[in-house]
Design a protein around this ligand. Structure first.
Ligand code: PLP
Length: 480
């Protein structure tokens, strides 16, 4: 299996070659040169597999430069009940052993729990694998990696919990000082692992991101200090997420003759991109329902054909903050498929996007393909979110987080009789306690492992904005 760039001007590479890479050298994103098609016999055989076994079967199709038995062992270590199932009481003891339990709200309506990992958000599903893959590959070469990132919450903590204690890896994570929730701050800053560096920047999230960009653009510094990233364009993160679409399908159906639809709360288009690939591989998915919050750039595209990314100044701060994104970094992968994998077209479209503009595919054969790909979309507002959280709690006794609520709201709008609907749960409600309090008038439940984390000692440094400060800090830490 080789990987090609969506912009067509980069040499093809193998899985472990692109594992630590970000963008392809031509500015595109890596994708498999073709999607492996799953036979009916394989689908039948996969139905009874455990999560780790299923991951080995699926990822084995995308990875041919790690020996199969070593990949299998790595996946068994990654997707184990020790890591995923300790966070909340399951409905029945059998479910407690599952990595992604399916919670049935009513016949034909389900929530696929993806937030039972260490940071209570679905990003753990992929990031935990990334941590083990990085360690594996670096172990082979004896190389080191210094991950530099900016976070306003979920991604940073997920990366830190995936990389903590990993040999050869350090994480430098910038966050806006005093701007994350107390819970998120505690989750990150209470880590005492010496390879985790929490840096509270005296500025806003954009300042943090600018610092990361400035360092990434300094190629000499980047090479000398082995700087890498773990952002959502990383192919291995997308690949890891394909697995739970298969698992969710098997959990919600009796046979492989059935179709299901998935509803996916979306920001950077990483999660639903994995769903698209699962469908291209032959998983019987009827619809992929994309849900946004008030930042509805993607909903606009799927409704009108116009992709009009907005600047950070026009991005709303909402109560589903992990979807406050106005330029979806993984979207280029999907559009590559939509335009029939014509890299010249992608280059033309992203020429406009990279220059701060928009593109319009309305009334083209490309846009017609959206229906063939099963995509529909909708968006949600703060009021919708509150109403959905309330309705789920009153009707089903289930507490859902704000992002999952966006997915459920839009999913119900697009639900079809006779087609099971699986809503992907992307975080646990206790991460967004303020909005839960507003919706339900009570505090969300919190897993035992997270009780009182705000009272733990915190380890972080405060830093002024600007690339010079972070470069200086990295140099000093690596010299020690
Ligand atoms: C990251 C995130 C999302 C959005 O996922 P994408 O892959 O960026 O589309 C949704 N919900 C939560 C809780 C997240 O952390």
């Amino acid at each position: 299996m080789r990987y090609i760039s969506t912009r067509g001007h980069a040499p093809s590479r193998r899985f472990t070659d692109i594992l630590l890479a970000g963008l392809a050298p031509d500015g595109g994103l890596y994708l498999p040169e073709s999607y492996p098609r799953i036979s009916r016999a394989e689908l039948d055989a996969w139905r009874s597999l455990s999560y780790a076994e299923l991951a080995a079967a699926i990822l084995g199709k995308f990875v041919d430069d790690i020996p199969a038995d070593e990949l299998k062992a790595l996946l068994a270590r990654t997707y184990t009940a020790n890591v995923y199932c300790h966070t909340r009481p399951a409905e029945d003891p059998q479910q407690a052993q599952q990595i992604t339990p399916l919670r049935t709200l009513e016949p034909g309506l389900h929530i696929l729990e993806l937030s039972n990992g260490p940071t209570l958000a679905f990003k753990d599903m992929a990031m935990q694998l990334l941590g083990n893959l990085f360690e594996y590959v670096l172990g082979k070469t004896g190389a080191a990696l210094n991950i530099l990132g900016a976070t306003s919450g979920d991604t940073g903590s997920s990366a830190e919990y995936a990389m903590r204690g990993k040999h050869g890896i350090r994480v430098f994570m910038l966050s806006p000082h005093g701007k994350m929730s107390r819970f998120q701050t505690a989750q990150m800053f209470s880590l005492q692992d010496p390879n985790i560096y929490n840096i509270a920047v005296e500025g806003v999230f954009d300042d943090c991101q600018d610092m990361v960009k400035a360092v990434s653009n300094d190629h000499a510094f980047k090479d000398q200090y082995k700087i890498g990233t773990v952002n959502s364009i990383n192919w291995a993160r997308v690949a890891a997420q394909i697995v739970y679409y298969f698992k969710g399908y098997f959990s919600a159906t009796q046979s492989n003759d059935e179709e299901v639809s998935f509803s996916v709360p979306s920001g950077n288009f990483g999660n639903i991109c994995a769903g698209h690939i699962a469908r291209m591989m032959g998983l019987p998915i009827r619809k992929l329902i994309l849900a946004t919050n008030e930042n509805d750039v993607l909903d606009e595209f799927f409704k009108t054909g116009t992709y009009r990314p907005r600047g950070t100044a026009q991005t709303f701060h909402t109560s589903s903050p992990s979807m406050d994104i106005s330029k979806a970094s993984n979207f280029e992968r999907f559009v590559f498929d939509l335009v029939g994998r014509d890299a010249a077209v992608v280059r033309e479209l992203w020429g406009k996007v990279d220059a701060g503009g928009a593109f319009d595919l309305a009334n083209t054969a490309h846009f017609e393909r959206i229906r063939a790909f099963g995509f529909v979309s909708g968006h949600s507002t703060h009021a919708d979110r509150l109403a959905t959280i309330r309705a789920a709690y009153e009707k089903y006794g289930v507490m859902i987080d704000t992002h999952t609520a966006d997915g459920l709201k839009v999913g119900l709008e697009q639900r079809e009789a006779g087609v099971p609907l699986i809503c992907l749960e992307t975080a646990q409600p206790c991460k967004f306690a303020e909005t839960i309090q507003e919706a339900l008038g009570r505090e969300p439940e919190r897993p035992a492992t997270m009780q009182g984390i705000e009272n733990l000692p915190q380890r972080f440094v405060v830093m002024e904005t600007g690339a010079a400060a972070i470069k200086d800090y990295i140099q000093t830490q690596l010299a020690e």
